[in-house]
Design a protein around this ligand. Structure first.
Ligand code: WTA
Length: 683
């Protein structure tokens, strides 16, 4: 079990950039951004903030570096975004209004009277200009089997998928569920939907049948696209079987397309169609559907603090612009680069920095289907050498894992192509940062820690200086708020991490529940977007992320609501109460600790119940959601009003047994004593 004294500090907090009281107070002139961003660190020369801008537009010749760009984006927001919106995207009908927001109803609109097509922007315009440029490099599970797809080939794939979907009756606005491994056909399916104005909902291919079914149903998808099976780390993943089990629970699904991903012959049920065959049969490409800028582009489900995952709705133009711009700015993207983001397309990182950002910029993007340790711990760096990757973007959890295997796995491969190393999804601890910088990057690459969320659509905060891991903000204004929604600037202050301006990439609503959107993100702190994360301000004004303020935990970079796990465990006939909390873990960042109370009449041995619970969580959610620790107690500590004292359980799960804080509101102090005793007896 993790003990806080075991050496590796997991929650060494992440610094995220100076903050900008000036902007909040609406006078930008009292402090220059150079002062705000200045740092005396030995790494400061690596700082993107003061470095010249990558080529984005020649419309702002006066902007020489990132901080000037940042200031301008906040001061002249509509001019800034409007200019970039026209420059970076291709429009069928130009917009006349840049932004129109109604804060009262949390309704945000960007470029709303403009019309465009997302797939044309990602593929067709580049296929017309440079058809033979490689769009995708599919790095398959087995090393050395990569496949390259040019823009011309990708265009044809997208046309064909769009044709298949149209022939099956899918039209603009319909939702299409995608349950596929990272692969060219997955990208073509996302963009095939976009071509005809359908809304894709990619479900991570590690999710269980139950989890897939609930997402299909919430989205009201009538078509599912999957594969017969895939392999990851050499292990076969039976996608079609899982998809079948999900579809059995979804009467609304009328058609399932199955990609023959692995060589086994396809076996098809009545409602299943061979996707590859259907694609070859398409005679004419459906014309791109001309969509409104604010039409939904995709749904993406993410965990919140209540049981039901939220279907975030991202719309078209604003999302595309934000993904494209941040991809260029944060990663210093240049034509000819090979961009290697190793995230799965089932997460927002995969959407924005495997698919949309790189393709919008006409880039070459790597689709990584494997794991960091297959066939050994050198896999990432062997791939970097073979594909000549220029930017590598991954998660701290993998870095923490790999550094334990030693430097040789890195050093034996040529990494001279690398310029930028990115980190995303969770705080990067100092040991991992240093190793990434010194060993992987040979001390010459920029390491950039990026903070953002499924809700934000793209990177919000980025920083290249280790002591300030986290960042300077990206064209949005991060602020620290006290409990009343008042910004706080005192050093040492802690508060809620909020954003004070509306940026184009923000999710516009939660599918079918706009009230929940408003209540979650805008009601807590008036006038501010609330991220759900907490932060602390240091002596120099930088913010350090301290972790989630709600009941969301982060296991290996995967977001998980504790209520989701509790809901599943409560289904067990012998369980009467559960409380699930996160506790620090040396590799995963956080892991899951479940406290349980059994029913009076429960007769099964505890280990049997625990095994059943683990199985059930895996079956209903996914493997990463399975609790690592379980403690069965006769009762859980509760307040006099009957609420479980989670704060206390969190302390116990962390092993902070001495410092349990205020226990005066406990209804039954003996319950804590028993839990503590049982905890001490745990193996
Ligand atoms: C956490 C992933 C510290 C944070 C793109 C956030 C981070 C949640 C960082 C979003 C970082 C993400 N440092 N924490 N650089 N990046 N987080 O929606 O708690 O899967 O709220 O989006 O991950 O997770 P999501």
């Amino acid at each position: 079990r993790y003990s806080p004294s075991s050496g590796l500090r997991i929650f060494s907090s992440t610094a995220i950039g100076p903050t900008f009281p000036q902007f909040l107070l609406a006078s930008a002139s009292t402090c220059t951004s150079a002062q705000r961003f200045s740092t005396t660190s030995k790494y400061s020369s690596e700082n993107i903030i003061s470095s010249p801008l990558p080529e984005i537009t020649n419309k702002f010749p006066q902007l020489k570096n990132y901080s000037q760009l940042y200031d301008f984006s906040l001061r002249e927001s509509d001019q800034f975004w409007g200019t970039l919106g026209s420059e970076l995207l291709q429009w069928n009908e130009p917009f006349t209004t840049v932004s129109r927001h109604d804060h009262k109803s949390s309704t945000f609109r960007w470029f709303h009277d403009g019309k465009l097509n997302a797939a044309v922007n990602c593929v067709d315009r580049h296929a017309a200009e440079h058809p033979d440029r490689v769009a995708l490099i599919w790095e398959r599970d087995e090393p050395g089997h990569e496949q390259r797809v040019t823009y011309r080939e990708l265009q044809e794939m997208v046309w064909r998928v769009a044709g298949v979907l149209t022939e099956s009756g899918v039209s603009a606005g319909d939702r299409v569920a995608i349950y596929l491994p990272v692969s060219p056909v997955a990208v073509a399916t996302m963009l095939g939907c976009a071509r005809i104005g359908a809304v894709h909902s990619v479900v991570f291919a590690g999710f269980s049948a139950q989890a897939l079914a609930s997402r299909i149903q919430d989205a009201g998808a009538s078509v599912l696209v999957t594969a017969n099976s895939s392999t990851r780390g050499g292990r076969l993943i039976p996608l079609q079987a899982t998809a079948r089990a999900a579809v059995a629970l979804c009467p609304g699904v009328r058609q399932v397309f199955v990609m023959p991903h692995s060589p086994q012959p396809l076996e098809l049920a009545d409602n299943e169609v061979d996707l590859e065959r259907a694609m070859s049969a398409v005679q004419t490409a459906p014309p791109p559907s001309v969509q409104g800028a604010e039409d939904p582009l995709f749904l993406l489900y993410t965990s919140g603090s209540t049981g039901k995952p939220k279907g975030l709705v991202h719309t078209t133009a604003g999302y595309l612009l934000y993904a494209a711009l941040t991809h260029r700015l944060v990663f210093d993207y240049k034509p000819g680069d090979v961009f290697g983001c190793v995230a799965d397309i089932g997460w927002i990182t995969g959407h924005s920095y495997v698919v949309y950002g790189p393709l919008l910029n006409g880039g070459t993007t790597v689709l990584f289907e494997s794991t960091p340790v297959h066939p050994d711990a050198g896999r990432y760096w062997e791939t970097v050498e073979r594909l000549r990757i220029t930017q590598f973007y991954g998660a701290p959890t993998a870095i923490r894992l790999l550094l334990r295997f030693g430097d040789d796995f890195v050093k034996k491969y040529d990494r001279s192509s690398l310029r930028v190393l990115g980190s995303v999804g969770e705080p990067i601890n100092s040991e991992a940062w240093r190793w990434y910088y010194d060993v992987v990057g040979d001390g010459r690459c920029t390491v950039v820690d990026t903070w953002w969320q499924s809700e934000t659509g793209g990177i919000m905060i980025h920083m290249t200086v280790p002591q300030r891991r986290g960042s300077g903000t990206v064209l949005c204004c991060a602020v620290l708020s006290d409990s009343q929604g008042k910004p706080v600037y005192d050093s040492g202050a802690t508060g809620a991490l909020c954003v004070s301006s509306i940026w184009p990439g923000i999710a516009r609503t939660i599918h079918g529940d706009h009230q929940r959107y408003h209540d979650t993100y805008f009601a807590p702190y008036a006038g501010l977007y609330f991220s759900g994360d907490g932060a602390r301000r240091d002596d120099e004004g930088y913010l350090h992320i301290t972790g989630r303020m709600d009941d969301v935990i982060n296991v290996s970079g995967h977001r998980l609501g504790t209520a989701e796990v509790e809901d599943v465990m409560m289904e067990h006939p012998e369980v009467s109460e559960t409380a699930v909390v996160g506790c620090p873990h040396a590799l995963k960042g956080e892991t899951i600790f479940a406290f349980l109370v059994l029913k009076e009449n429960s007769a099964s041995p505890q280990h049997k119940i625990e095994t059943e619970l683990r199985e059930s969580v895996k079956h209903n959610i996914a493997s990463y959601a399975v609790p690592e620790f379980m403690l069965i107690a006769p009762a859980l500590p509760k307040t006099r009003s009957g609420k479980i004292m989670r704060r206390l359980l969190r302390q116990i799960a962390k092993g902070n047994l001495e410092d349990l804080g205020d226990t005066s509101t406990l209804a039954d102090p003996a319950a804590v004593e028993t839990v503590l005793k049982l905890y001490r007896q745990m193996p």
